[in-house]
Each structure stands twice: as structure tokens, then as C-alpha cells.
Design a protein around this ligand. Sequence first.
Ligand code: MG
Length: 263
Amino acid sequence: MSNWKKMCNFAADFKINTMYTKEIDNYLRKFGFREFKPKAVLFDMDGVLYNSMPNHAYSWHNSMASFGIEMSEADAYAYEGMRGVETIKKIVKEQRGIEISDEESQRMYDEKSRIFATRPQAEIMEGVIDLQGKIKSYGMKIVVVTGSGQHSLLEKLTHDFSGLIEPGMIVSSFDVTRGKPHPMPYLKGMEKAGVEPWEAIVVENAPLGVRAAVAARIFTVAVNSGPLPDEILSDEGANLVFDRMTDFDKVFPALVESHISTI
Ligand code: MG
């Protein structure tokens, strides 16, 4: 490599490291923490581990249409992360002005799940296996924090990510009484990993998921794998926003190695 090229690479790395140092510093100041020392990465599932959001959006739109409820595919992205039953109750109230029971909402959600099961299986998100390998090589823990309550999906997860994701390190809708955007799922995720907020990183794709992670005071990385504008994710408080998982994978070492403290 020529000296000039080496110098350019050094300048690029310096710029990246400076950028993260600034973001970490902003994060520490916002929450009054002294040190950022990540020991665990908490991953959302849909739109993060799997490219499953197009299937969810299709199933949401078509199932709700069969009940006379309007839910565009873009709405499905905007509500992503919230528990299905809660999403349906909210939309029915907005469109019909009535409160429906949990049972009725569950029946409607079952139809969404039925349609979802007919869709082709979603691919594992490009770059996420490499990223998780890096996380493990740093001796860090991996936790999955999802609003999903579909048993088949949760079983598939430990199979597809064998050696990376353990069954005891998954927080699903069965583990919490409040779903995202409430911080409870991420608080539970930290409990499973045995870490404090300044020792964790969240990887999310959804605005309500980012809101939940920020409410749990965790450094939040958004990977915008859907059609929503980046600003929605940064406005919710995401510390960094990437277009693709492969982009985050490339810079992950720089992020975890830029340990800084405000002491
Ligand atoms: Mg998601």
C-alpha cells in the first residue's frame, strides 16, 4: 500500500473514531453516566436479524382489511415493535371509536399470524452473522429483545443463529407485561445479560423500538432497513443511524474500542 493510501486510510479511521467519540460523549452526558464500556449487544429481531418486515407489512395490511380496518404497509413499519394485540386495539379505537377486548384483538391478531405463516421465509439480514461473530470475539453477550410472541419464529431463531443466540438470552412478548415502546423489554434484556445501561448497545430498526431502548438509557444504534426516513429514528433518540447492517458491522470494532469516560 502506498504511503498516500495509508495516510488516507488513517485519516478515514480518525474521522470515524472521532465521530463515535462525540456520539458516545453526547450519550454519557445525556444520561449522566461516567463510562461507556459495552459488554452486551441487545438485538431486536424483525428487520434486524431477519429481513422479515416486508412479510409483516403484507400480513398486517391484508388481515386488517379483512376486518374492514385500514392499515397501510407504511403503518405496519410505524407501529413495528408494539405488541400486536396493543396495535390492533389502538387502531380499532382510532378508526371506530370503540374499545375492543383483549380476546377480540387476539382473534384479529391470529388472522395476521395465519397470513404471515403463508409468506415465504424471511432471509437472515446480510451482515448480522459476521457482526455477531465479532461481538463474541470481544467476549460480549448477545441478547434478543423482540415483541414477537410466535413460538415458531423463536425456535427458528436459536436454530438459525446456533452458537450465537442461546434460548435463555431471548426476551419475547411472553417475558413482559408491557411491550415496546415501554422500556420493560430492554430492561429485562439487560437483566438477562447482567449488565447496566452504559454496558450495553441496542440494535433496532423501528421508531418505537428506538424509543424503548432510549427510555432504558441504552446506547442505541438504528439500522434503517425499511422505508421510513432516517430522521424518525434519530428524532426518537438513536445515537447512530446506518442504512445497512453491513455498514454497522464494518465500524463495530471502532465503536467498542473507543472507550471513553467523562471522569
Ligand atoms: Mg424490528
